[in-house]
Design a protein around this ligand. Structure first.
Ligand code: ADP
Length: 480
């Protein structure tokens, strides 16, 4: 029986390994992590991450051929294939601070693999890493190997949070990069055989190591760039009376462009887009390509601009001040169907409103109060000017309350900001909400999910990103 071990039981490692276990009953999969609470949660009924369909997959295989454990060394030692899916945050200090990937976790995982291994292994990079990481990992492994042979593969994960299980069941493609040597090709085939249990062969792409590593960064950069492009258009739409939904639809009908990922919003978030672009920027700079670096940097700049533009719109519409006004924040996760708040635009929007002394009442169906408080008190790392900002003061924290119901969040509020596109926000009783709010009552739809016309009929003043402004908003221009 082939044994797989995955180091890192996070958003990538957990769901990916659960699906491998489900689709490959002949393979034993152990997911290991140094975090005891995380592993305890994976072994309980309350999994540490929320993903539609994940509970079901885990229930079917856990205890059979899927195991979650903190005994990292034992499982690594026994495995034929070791996936490394540890976190690779952006460096916050030293060389490359604010841009380069911090490979501390990766390096310590590689050293541990070298230490405990007693047999040859295939080591698979699963977490996104900078191009040429494999080379560094290879050096660590071979210099410490005691004669054991390691083959490094790059197998970046393209799943999207919120649809992870669906994406893993039917991926657009699986990408495997390896050395062009005979041993390298053999390792590629071994990993290919795992995916071939359920992925059609023509969807499994085999490349050299560097292409695979770079493809992951490039894919995320392209995706983020699409969002920033449509968001840049949304600002122009508001200024000209065009409707961004109509523009996106017309543009997306061109088969060379395609309709997906063209929704305008308050901005992209998630742990990957910004981090991977910063990383790409850094790699370009290190390779003497400042123009290319500058090009990709703009994608993040537009994203930051979109968030501050939203905050400015809220404040300017409400008579240029939100001081002591209750603002309901609907949705905090970076997108629907996930509880993940990493780099969510809600953090910057909330901080912007708190900076103007608003009182926030936050509701998200999947994010806990603890998490929200942690996110709002955390230092924001300013990637363009690498210095730490002051943490939020305790008085500001008191301006935030987290509730478990949209109606409670909006009661007596002056305005509502919709920051995550949760389906349930589409079907709320907005008449009831309106009746319980201060007047004039505002809705700022950062995801274009509510029916603005219906809400206006009820009496709301509605701002929807990239849509023609109503008379009220035109009279209260946002100052940039
Ligand atoms: P991702 O979104 O890429 O999956 P996460 O941060 O959700 O990233 O998960 C990474 C996981 O890797 C964390 O649970 C962390 O505890 C774990 N981890 C980091 N370093 C090690 C290590 N050396 N050994 C085992 N687990 C590790």
């Amino acid at each position: 029986m082939v044994k797989i071990c995955c180091i890192g039981a996070g958003y990538v490692g957990g769901p990916t390994m659960a699906v491998i276990a489900l689709k490959c009953p002949d393979i034993e999969v152990a997911v290991v992590d140094i975090s005891v609470p995380r592993i305890t949660a994976w072994n309980s009924d309350q999994l540490p991450i929320y993903e539609p369909g994940l509970d079901d997959v885990v229930k079917q295989c856990r205890g059979k051929n899927l195991f979650f454990s903190t005994d990292v060394e034992k499982h690594v030692c026994e495995a034929d294939i070791v996936f490394v899916s540890v976190n690779t945050p952006t460096k916050t200090r030293g060389l490359g601070a604010g841009k380069a990937a911090d490979l501390t976790y990766w390096e310590s995982a590689a050293r541990m693999i070298a230490d405990v291994s007693k047999s040859d292994k295939i080591v698979v990079e699963k977490s996104t890493v900078p191009v040429k990481t494999a080379e560094a990992i290879e050096k660590i492994l071979t210099h410490n190997s005691k004669g054991i042979k390691f083959q490094i593969l790059s197998n970046p994960e393209f799943l999207a949070e919120g649809t992870a299980i669906e994406d893993l069941f039917g991926p657009d493609r699986v990408l495997i990069g390896g050395r062009e040597t005979a041993d390298g090709q053999k390792a590629i085939q071994a990993l290919k055989a795992v995916y071939a249990h359920w992925v059609p062969e023509d969807r499994i792409i085999c490349t050299n190591l560097w292409s695979a590593e770079l493809s992951k960064l490039a894919a995320n950069a392209f995706l983020a760039q699409r969002i920033s492009s449509v968001n840049a258009m949304s600002a122009l739409c508001e200024a000209t009376g065009a409707d961004v939904t109509e523009v996106s639809y017309a543009v997306g009908k061109d088969t060379r462009i395609g309709p997906k990922f063209l929704n305008s919003s308050v901005g992209f978030g998630g742990s990957c887009f910004q981090k991977d672009i910063l990383n790409l920027v850094y790699i370009c700079e290190c390779n003497g390509l400042p123009e290319v670096a500058e090009y990709w940097k703009q994608v993040i700049k537009i994203n930051d601009y979109q968030k501050s533009r939203f905050v400015n719109r809220v404040v300017s519409s409400m008579f240029n001040t939100v001081s002591n006004k209750k603002i309901a924040i609907m949705g905090f996760a970076f997108k629907k169907d996930t509880g993940d708040t990493r780099e969510t635009p809600a953090i910057d929007v909330c901080k912007g409103l708190l900076g103007d002394k608003a009182r926030l009442s936050i509701y998200d169906p999947q994010v806990t109060e603890d998490q929200i408080q942690r996110d709002l008190t955390m230092n924001k790392f300013d990637w363009d000017h690498p210095l730490h900002l002051q943490p939020m003061s305790p008085t500001t924290v008191k301006q935030v309350s987290v509730v478990w119901d949209a109606y409670e969040a909006t009661k007596d509020a002056h305005g509502i900001c919709i920051l995550t596109e949760w389906d349930e926000f589409k079907t709320l009783d907005y008449q009831k909400i309106y009746d319980n709010m201060q007047k004039p009552a505002f809705v700022f739809d950062g995801r274009n999910i509510v029916n603005a016309e219906k809400l206006r009929e009820i009496g709301f003043i509605v701002y929807a990103i990239g849509k023609p402004l109503d008379a009220w908003l035109k009279d209260m221009p946002a100052v940039a």
